[in-house]
Design a protein around this ligand. Sequence first.
Ligand SMILES: Cc1ncc(COP(=O)(O)O)c(C=O)c1O
Length: 311
Amino acid sequence: MEPTAKIWMNGVLRDWDDATIHVSTHGLHYGTGVFEGIRCYDTEIGPAVFRHKDHIDRLYKSAELYYMPIPYTPEQIRQATLELIGKNGMRSCYIRPIAYRGYGTMGLFPLDAPVDVTIAVWEWGAYLGDEGTRNGIRAKVSSWRRISNDSLIPHAKASGQYLNSILAKIESHKAGYEEAILLDDHGFVCEGSGENIYAVRDGVIITPPQTAGILDGINRKAIIQIARDLGFEVVERDIARAELYLAEEVFLTGTAAELVPVREVDDHAVGTGKPGEITKAVQTAFHDALYGRTERYREWLDPVPVPSPVR
Ligand SMILES: Cc1ncc(COP(=O)(O)O)c(C=O)c1O
């Protein structure tokens, strides 16, 4: 993680090294935080944040699900983010807003603890590597099941919930794979440790439904639309584990990873063992959307205003 000049903390711009919090912060002890992962791209129309409002909207929904009132409006967070990118002089970056229960109370009743908000931006390349984006990754079905709807809230992007993803990620890494695929509590395919998942069967793109314990990915929405616009059929339905082995193609999407083909699952080659034609077509159209090369998806971009010159 490369430091940038400034971080936004509760409305104040702080130097990277001064952006610190107290060790008794509630969220550090109990995982009481909600966050987003967003990307800004150097697009055809200048630096622009991809589906910015959708991410901010999900941040507020995650907060509400955990009874956490964010003491800023969504528009204030949006403006603060755009300003921060401009102030740091970045043309592309990863953006991490987080709202968390701060310093003041301990114990499991959090509602008296303050809600603090920070926004950090930094340069972050392809999460699963450029080679993975091009030629596909090897994935392993994890022995850990994705958090279920009856013990946590898969729809929330909440800090503590990520211990589940982290266990799966470590397990897959130690076993020599690039990513973990988690099943839901019924044993159906759910998602990657930080990505939504899709398989192609008989030419149809299938992806687990909202009820499978997925995070409702912003890129998932974009991919479903792009794939349909390209003329592909997309069906949201439960996917059996063996269908990943039998699929012609498998791919993952997420803000950090973008669109990554999966070339092997549990040592079974997926299709030919190379990224398939449908995956490549959707990936190309998706990248075109991210970089503002397609007129019809330009509305997904939130341009970063050029910072006014310092007088
Ligand atoms: C657990 C999990 N699932 C899916 C995703 C994909 O979501 P998005 O496309 O909104 O980045 C992410 C990344 O945010 C994630 O952490």
